[in-house]
Design a protein around this ligand. Sequence first.
Ligand code: HEM
Ligand SMILES: *[C@@H]1O[C@H](CO)[C@@H](O)[C@H](O)[C@H]1NC(C)=O
Ligand SMILES: *[C@@H]1O[C@H](CO)[C@@H](O)[C@H](O)[C@H]1NC(C)=O
Length: 331
Amino acid sequence: VTCPDGHVTANRACCALFPVVQNLQENLFDGGECGEEAHSALRLSFHDAIGFSLNSNKGGGADGSILLFNATELTFHANGGIDDITSRQFPVFETTGLTPGDFVHLAGAVGTANCPGAPRLQFMFGRPPPIAPAPDLTVPEPTDDVDAILARFADAGFDASEVVALLSSHTIAAADVVDVTIPGTPFDSTVGTFDTQVFLEVLLAGRSFPGNGSQPGEVLSPLAGEMRLQSDFVVSRDSRTACLWQAMVNNQQLMVSSFAAAMAKLQVLGQNVNTMVDCSDVIPEPAPFAGPIKFPASFSMADVEQACASTFPQIQTVAGPAPTVAPVPGS
Ligand code: HEM
Ligand SMILES: *[C@@H]1O[C@H](CO)[C@@H](O)[C@H](O)[C@H]1NC(C)=O
Ligand SMILES: *[C@@H]1O[C@H](CO)[C@@H](O)[C@H](O)[C@H]1NC(C)=O
């Protein structure tokens, strides 16, 4: 159908979303940037949705409870730093007429689309209002071991390959609270691009801590100015996940297709998809990433701590001295 404002979409119900997307771009994402707000909108979408369990009552999943019941969910340790994005989203949310769940997951999809290389995520429209906050301890912590991480995700319906796929998100990610002395410290050297760089850089031998020494959930990182989460480190080197992790390196197509599939599941967790409308065509088409990825300057295969026996991809090295990764502006 053609909407009154000229946009074309598969379903008339989706027409209401085009002005919301524009509102988000103007009032939340600084005119469509892959910046701090886009990154944290994706993180928020995860922290909201993972409040769900197949086996016990752990919340309503992708229901927007983290936005509506922020007084409860923001006290949980794993939601440290999330208050930045919920407080930025709340006033915009109130101008849209959407339910909290639709708003949080639309913002996650639109913010991700601002990042070159990202997939255009599915967006299903029609989540009812959340009825209660999620309980504590549904969101994994960077101090968790692989058993705990895989168990929590399995409890929410995700297998090991989906966990690795979802961790592609850390290609557009930085930490504000793991080390509070260095807000906005990225997990890879290309934090504004949805590329496979994070899968490569997490495999490089660690050399230093970027800020105030070793903090809980942090391990040595290869580059100055870069943060490496202990959880990414252990997942990349565990026998259950190492080959899935390594397969992502320089395989943009595998990463985006598996990430998009896992996100499609995550963003409707606990929801009744039969009563929802597929409004994916309201999500902007992300800019492409040309690739291939490269080793950061001065690094090579000799720095890779390979944890999977499959052949490692051939990767060139950026010329010059080892870089210092800059913090994400506005963190
Ligand atoms: C084992 C599971 C995971 C753990 C332990 C984990 C942990 C973390 C931590 C500690 C941070 C930094 C928080 C801060 O200091 O500000 C972070 C950031 C982030 N995480 Fe995860 N995460 C996990 C999975 C995910 C998943 C599944 C997604 C999305 C699908 C996601 C998306 C993000 C994003 C986008 C950021 C960056 C936020 C920003 O730059 O503002 N994470 N994660
Ligand atoms: C929490 O929600 C209230 C509305 O209930 C809102 O005014 C406030 O900005 C939110 N705060 C944060 C940190 O999300
Ligand atoms: C630096 O790290 C130490 C040890 O983790 C901690 O006790 C101290 O409070 C930190 N300093 C700042 C400024 O955060």
